[in-house]
Ligand binder design. Sequence first.
Ligand SMILES: Nc1nc2c(c(=O)[nH]1)N[C@H]1C(S)=C(S)[C@@H](COP(=O)(O)OP(=O)(O)OC[C@H]3O[C@@H](n4cnc5c(N)ncnc54)[C@H](O)[C@@H]3O)O[C@H]1N2
Ligand code: MOO
Length: 638
Amino acid sequence: MSGSEIKRKVYLQDKPRHLAKEELLQKIKLVKEIETVPTSDALGRVTALPVLANLSMPHYHASAMDGIAVRAEDTYEAHEQRPLHLKKGEDFKYVDTGNPIPNEFNAVIMVEDLQEIDEWTIEIIAPATPWQNIRPVGEDVVCGEMILPQGHKLRPVDLGALLAGGVLDLPVVRKPKVAILPTGNELVQPGEALKPGNIVEFNGKVFASFIHEWGGEPLLGDIVGDNPDEISDAIEKAAHEADMIIINAGSSAGSKDYTYHVISDLGVVYTHGIATRPGKPVILGEVKGKPIIGVPGYPVSAYLALEWFLRPLVCSYQGIQEPKRETMRVRLGRRVVSNMGAEDFVRMNIGYVNGEFIANPLTRAAGVTMSMVRADGILVVGPDSLGLEQGEEVEIELYKSAEDIKKAILFTGSHDLSIDIISTLLKKTDGSRQINSSHVGSLAGLMAIKKGEAHVTGIHLLDPETGTYNLPYVEKYLAKEEVVVIPFLKREQGWIVAKGNPLQIKTIEDIVKMGATYVNRQRGAGTRILFDSLLKMSNFTSEHVRGYEREMFSHLSVAAEIKEKQNCVGLGVYSAAKTMNLDFIPVADEDYDIVMTKSFYDSVSGKMLLKIIQSDEFIHKVEQLGGYKVVRNIEPIF
Ligand SMILES: Nc1nc2c(c(=O)[nH]1)N[C@H]1C(S)=C(S)[C@@H](COP(=O)(O)OP(=O)(O)OC[C@H]3O[C@@H](n4cnc5c(N)ncnc54)[C@H](O)[C@@H]3O)O[C@H]1N2
Ligand code: MOO
């Protein structure tokens, strides 16, 4: 079979996710194997049979305290008014915690309750009861008793009980082997030199790590080329070696998406396409009795699909329940739109602002891995919903602990490299606190404070009328809010251009005359407002500026775009130009200030943040970036 003979299948099913999963679990007959492993290596493994104790623990009557072993009957007369004397060797013997109790005795009196009269005599003033302070044989584990049932995932404490009960090795379920086949001509291994069009193969490592975490044994294979014969060979080999197979990418409708055809040639496809966004082009099938899951290439879709379909198989093989995540009820800070007929999985940020948990959607793009890194949880919007309104209460599955979420500082506003430095120093000061920053621009940052979605924002907004920065905007947009403005940085803005400034750009006139492509910022960004006011002062309008319509969301993404293309220019901070090894022509000095809610200003985190931005370490690190002057001895403006 060659690639050209393969027909393109351009329609996918819309099967409900739960039906697809139930069908898969029901069709596939997993053949479990058992192996014996040393108890000391068995952490995280699942018992394949009930495990019985080989020994009793303790296996002799043991003293539970330091003191003397006595016959309880000999002590009944002892009383405060009638102290009783006991003779060493005859009436008692000294014992320490854990010592065997000599046969003739049946109780232990603690050393604290004894009065030593001489080397041979002690006095007691209270009787002992039979078996007091003695750990009888089998107090912990009795020989022959079941220590653990079948299907139990072993924890550190379980290993202790097993070893105490004389179990040195035990039968566990063999870890299900999961073959991972990354496919795609464009893939290269991490670390290899990248040509345009190359994609670093990282999904495989993520899958392997998930499989490991769920108790399976990942077998991460080499990259398989986009060629049906190669894919077919790789799947056959995997079906021979592994219990389950994951094949990544090529699941959709592209000209090189062969996965569906190859699986249906080698075995059977149960599902191609589920009613979810993202994750739709999943393939579920069977080859030579082994389940095979074709997961979409986009990382977010892939990780979700793995959790929906592989994890149940791995758990079912081991005979354990699928773990469930904690959930939290939160209020939506923004509207979440959704498609009828499909479940939407929306990655969410959650913040604890002004005494309540507020959640906001992160990007919906399935190729943005950082959204999974940043997400605090995931919101599932059902197939019958057209979306959820701002302010609605919803339940979110958590990726992080509620405690961590509560302690996170939400920084929403204009991006500045100094925020990353604050982040690092904050972690160093208190490992439990962190900054969750989202770069939305200055105006959107002020709005986030107003809507109670953020604790802190960073802004640099020039008021063209007064020629001053920031305060006029705070007064206009946050007039009714209790906020504190912290004068923070003076920073240099300038033209970011290719090395050597090939178009010799110094002014807007040069940009227009040389026909350079301008890399713009999003509406509401301080840099955009600065550019627009420069534009107004020149005799040009936005129509004269090529590229004006396209928007970037940070200084660094502007610089990254210019790095790619010689004829581009953007406005941004010096440090971004320096990071990307580009040239920089200064245009203006601006004030980048911090605005925070009064309640955050008064909080422990707020005080910590203020201390950090006044520290010598912080000031030194920021000024080293170049183009910055940190304001010293801050006077907050209320
Ligand atoms: N005409 C249509 N086009 C697409 C559809 C559709 O229904 N009709 N579905 C879209 C959806 S939704 C998804 S998801 C993707 C799935 O694409 P494939 O599974 O065919 O994957 P590729 O196109 O080969 O790769 C897509 C993308 O994924 C990343 N990738 C792939 N492999 C890896 C890897 N091993 N490590 C890291 N990243 C990987 C990479 O960015 C690829 O560009 O199709 C849409 N198109
Ligand atoms: O599965 Mo695709 O992920 O909807 O982007």
